[in-house]
Structure formats: C-alpha cells, structure tokens
Design a protein around this ligand. Structure first.
Ligand code: 13P
Length: 267
C-alpha cells in the first residue's frame, strides 16, 4: 500500500560532514551558510536544514547557533549504545542531548563497513537515541553485490526492519536510503531507483509503525547528491530530502541544494 501524503512532510536537507572540518572551520562554515541562506531569504519552515559535524565541533556549532539564534539544526554522526561507563572513545546520547543535538546519524554504511556495526547494534543505538530524546537518522542501503544478488529493496528493507526494533513507538525517526555504490562515487541513483526503494521502505514503516507514523516519517536519499540532481529526487513522492556528503562541504553547492525548490522548472 502506497502512502501519498507527501505534502505533510517538511523536506529535510542534511549535510554529513564525515571526518572533515575542525571546530574553527565549523564555525566559519556554519556562519557563512547562515548568511548565504539569509541573503536568499530561505524559509527554514519550508525546507529544514541540518549539519552533522565531527564530535569535536559540536560545542562550537551549538554556541554559534545559540548566540546568533540560527535556525540551522545539527546532530552527531554516531552515538554509543550505552549511556555511560567504561567505553573508551564512545559518546553518550546524554552528551549529545546536553549540546542540543536534534539528530544523530545511525548505521551509516561507513560505520557498518569500517567499524563492523551490525543491524543489532544499530537497533540498540536507535533505542539509545530515543532514550535521550534525539531523532535517529537511520541509514540503510545495499552494496553493488547486494543489488546484483537480491535486487534493489531487499537489503535496505531488512536493515530497517531490524533497526526499528529499537525505536520507541510515537517518537520521531528519519530514514536515509543510501545505496553504498552511490556514495562518493559520483554515480547517484536515478530518481526512479531512489523512489522505488523509498516506497518499499515506507511500506515497511506502514507495516511496523502504522499508517499515520509512516506518512509522517521523512525518508531521505543519499549518494552523490549535488545541486544538479537534487530537484529530480525531491519530485519523487517518497523522497523527502537528502543526506549529502561531499557536496555538503562546499558552501555554495550545499546552499543551492537547500534551495532546490528554486531549481524546479529547470529540469
Ligand atoms: P556523498 O554525497 O559524498 O556521495 O556521500 C553520501 C553520504 O554518505 C552521506 O551520508
């Protein structure tokens, strides 16, 4: 069953900085982004914007956002499944919440691939985010081999099914569909491919969370998103935004992605 109430979901453009920009660079970047969007009269109620800097930048970004009363939101790129204790190098959701982080990315393919994160651990991290009132941005996506072996939707749907076991019913989640073969490759999925998988993910949300929550949940596409292709993704009924990697580090490019509505008609 398809849910077609896309109008009620506020588009969300999120910049995943990955391991780029130190805390001083983060201040300069967020300040310039805010100025650029202000000069363009950007309406944050119309398209929400968030950045995901490294942990060491978060305090600086929070201080700037608070002092200048910016509407740009921010979050962490990961969190611990635990709340405190002898877990060297880990970051608690409590610490992120104390810095006003609205969101946290969970289960990014780079963490699955390079840090051995399993679907079960990701589900525990979703639970940890919800314990601390942080909205998890749950990343799912298939590799090129998965695509060949299982088709387009099976792996992302299975990943999301397990991740949702940690979600508290009634609390917000965001889903990010990021095909691994499209990340950093310059080879984005087509908007039709993204729509196909995002529709399958929404059907799973209907099954697990019910119609209302599924219709309210934003599903983002990620993987080689740039200003030139963003409007095509956003015209799809089940794509509600983008999780942007490389292009989120280029100020003008990212600001242009945020302003994707101004590109409609140029397709
Ligand atoms: P790119 O936009 O660089 O392909 O990265 C996508 C991504 O991994 C965002 O989380």
């Amino acid at each position: 069953m398809a849910v077609t109430t896309g109008d009620t979901r506020i588009p969300f453009i999120a910049g995943n900085w990955k391991m780029n920009l130190d805390h001083l660079q983060s201040i300069a970047f967020v300040q310039k982004l805010a100025w650029t969007l202000r000069d363009a009269n950007h309406d944050f109620g119309d398209v929400e914007v968030a950045v995901f800097p490294p942990f060491t930048d978060l305090r600086s970004v929070q201080t700037l956002v608070t002092a200048d009363d910016l509407q740009i939101r921010f979050g962490g790129q990961d969190l611990s499944a635990h709340d405190s204790g002898a877990y060297t190098g880990e970051i608690s959701g409590a610490f992120l919440a104390a810095l006003d982080a609205a969101y946290v990315i969970i289960g990014h393919s780079e963490r699955r691939q390079y840090h051995g994160e399993t679907d079960e651990l990701i589900s525990e991290k979703v639970a940890a985010a919800h314990r601390h009132g942080i909205v998890p941005v749950i990343c799912v996506g298939e590799t090129a081999e998965d695509l060949e072996e299982h088709g387009p939707s099976a792996v992302p749907v299975a990943q999301l099914r397990t991740a949702l076991e940690g979600a508290v019913r009634g609390q917000e989640i965001v889903v990010a569909y990021e095909p691994v073969w499209a990340i950093g490759s310059g080879q984005a999925a087509t908007s039709a491919q993204a729509q196909q998988v995002c529709a399958a993910l929404r059907e799973l949300l209907v099954e697990v969370l019910g119609d209302e929550a599924a219709a309210a949940t934003r599903i983002l596409y990620g993987g080689s998103v740039k200003a030139a292709n963003i409007a095509g993704f956003l015209k799809e009924p089940d794509v509600d935004g983008a999780l942007v990697g490389g292009a989120s580090l280029q100020l003008e490019e990212f600001a242009s992605i945020v302003r994707f509505k101004s590109h409609v008609g140029t397709l």
